[in-house]
Every structure is written in C-alpha cells, then in structure tokens.
Design a protein around this ligand. Structure first.
Ligand code: GRF
Length: 241
C-alpha cells in the first residue's frame, strides 16, 4: 500500500485538486477498505503555478523546483524528506530525471489528455494535443493514465476513457470535455495503483490480481455521459481487464 503521494505540476492544478478532493471524500465517507493515501508534497518548476497555491491553502508542503528542469538531487531529496512512495505527474511539463524514474519504477504515474499512444510524446501537451486531434479529424479522444518510463508518454497504460470529438469542436471545447474526464479518471487510477490492485510486474507489464474477471459487455458509449456513468465505467475498467 502506497500512502504518501507527491504531485508534480506546472499549471493550474485542476487535476491535483480533483485528486485531493477525491481522497478527502474517501476519508470523510469512511468507504475506503484500506488506509486512504494522502498528498504530502506538491512540487512545481513554475514558482507561480496554481498547483502550489492550492497546496499552500491546504497546508500541504509546496516546493519550487529549479526552472531548468527538475534538478535531480533536489527532487530526490524532497521526495525522500517527505517519504513519498507514489509520484503523480498532473500537468507537469518537464522530463523527470532518469534517476527518479528508476527509483520509482512502478510508482510514478502521469495523466495525458489524449488516448495514448496517439497524440502523445515530446511537445504534445495542453492545447497542442487537442488541436492535433481536431486537425487529424479524430472522432474520439480521451484521457490516459499511464506509468512513467524514460520516454515521454510511452509507459504502460493503466486506464483510459474516451471522449467524443463533436462537429465544430474548438481545441478549447475539446480540452474542457477531456479535462472533466481527467478529473474523474486520475484519482481512481492513482488509488488503484496506491492500493497495489494495478501494478507493474518484473517485466514492466501491467499486472492485476488473478481474481479479476473480464467483462466482455464493457462497451464505451461515445455520447457525453453523466459523471455517475463515467465513474462506474472507470471503476470497472480499473478492476476488469
Ligand atoms: C490537463 O489537460 C493535463 O492532462 C495536462 O495539463 C492540463 C492542465 O492540467 N497535462 P491541470 O489543470 O494543471 O491539472
């Protein structure tokens, strides 16, 4: 069980807030079977990042990383000082130092606002992703949570959820529709990894406890759905593969 989460972000921190709110609701509802993870550190390469503002408001340690990318030694010290056992990249635009990725194999995840491996990789972030999806005429986009490895956006996929691209969509409209799904997907995927119900095996592949069964009827409905429908589907995707 990983209980101490460190979040790295470069932007407004809406995914950080979705994770924070989800963990607080789990704690307050008492519905979680095991201990509920907590966010013990928020770090950013941008000193004015909204993510840091949010952390300070919550009384969570907020740290600024050197602006020339995360200085490996400083980041390693921060993670060690706060005994972080799961790293969540939420809108973090820098490459994580290889030493950290190696030390956190299977314990560092990222959310990307598209259905990887499509529309991912170096330089594909924020509005550029949604503009590329629209320019290519894709009918379906979505959100992906994946384990982080040495290559941008190429680690094993933990969970995804599709989002329809609607006629006349602007990048902003699509970004907002995908962001809403990100806010539902990331917290649930992070909790599944923290609980060990989704993990990387020694060959670097996603493994699940033998108990899960396939649910062949799991079909994605490509119409905008209610949060409840999406959450039900995400929860099933995280347990049935
Ligand atoms: C989100 O679309 C996230 O997927 C991307 O950055 C955007 C903003 O994230 N990496 P946030 O509001 O800072 O969480």
């Amino acid at each position: 069980m990983m209980k101490r989460i460190g979040v790295l972000g470069s932007g407004g921190g809406s995914n950080l807030a979705a994770l924070y709110d989800h963990l607080r609701e789990l704690r307050e509802s008492g519905s979680a079977s095991g201990a509920v993870p907590e966010i013990v550190l928020v770090a950013s390469d941008q000193k004015g990042a909204g993510a840091l503002e949010r952390a300070r408001k919550w009384g969570v340690e907020a740290a600024v990383l050197p602006d020339r990318g995360a200085n490996a030694r400083q980041l390693e010290n921060l993670l060690r000082e706060h005994r972080v056992d799961l790293i969540v990249l939420a809108g973090y635009l820098r490459m994580v130092p290889r030493s950290v990725i190696g030390a956190y194999h299977g314990r560092i995840i990222n959310i990307h606002p598209a259905l990887l491996p499509a529309f991912g990789g170096a330089g594909m972030y924020g509005k550029r992703v949604h503009s590329a999806v629209i320019e290519h005429g894709a009918r379906v986009s979505g959100a992906t949570v994946h384990f982080v490895d040495e290559e941008y956006d190429r680690g094993p996929i933990i969970a995804q959820w599709p989002v329809p691209v609607l006629r006349g969509d602007t990048a902003e409209a699509l970004a907002a529709r995908v962001l809403r799904v990100e806010h539902l997907l990331l917290p649930r995927a992070a909790c599944a990894v923290a609980a060990g119900s989704i993990r990387l095996d020694e060959n670097g592949r996603i493994s699940h406890p033998p108990t899960v069964t396939h649910s062949p009827e799991l079909a994605f409905n490509l119409q905008p759905e209610s949060d409840e429908t999406i959450v039900e589907g995400i929860d099933r995707v995280l347990t049935d593969v």
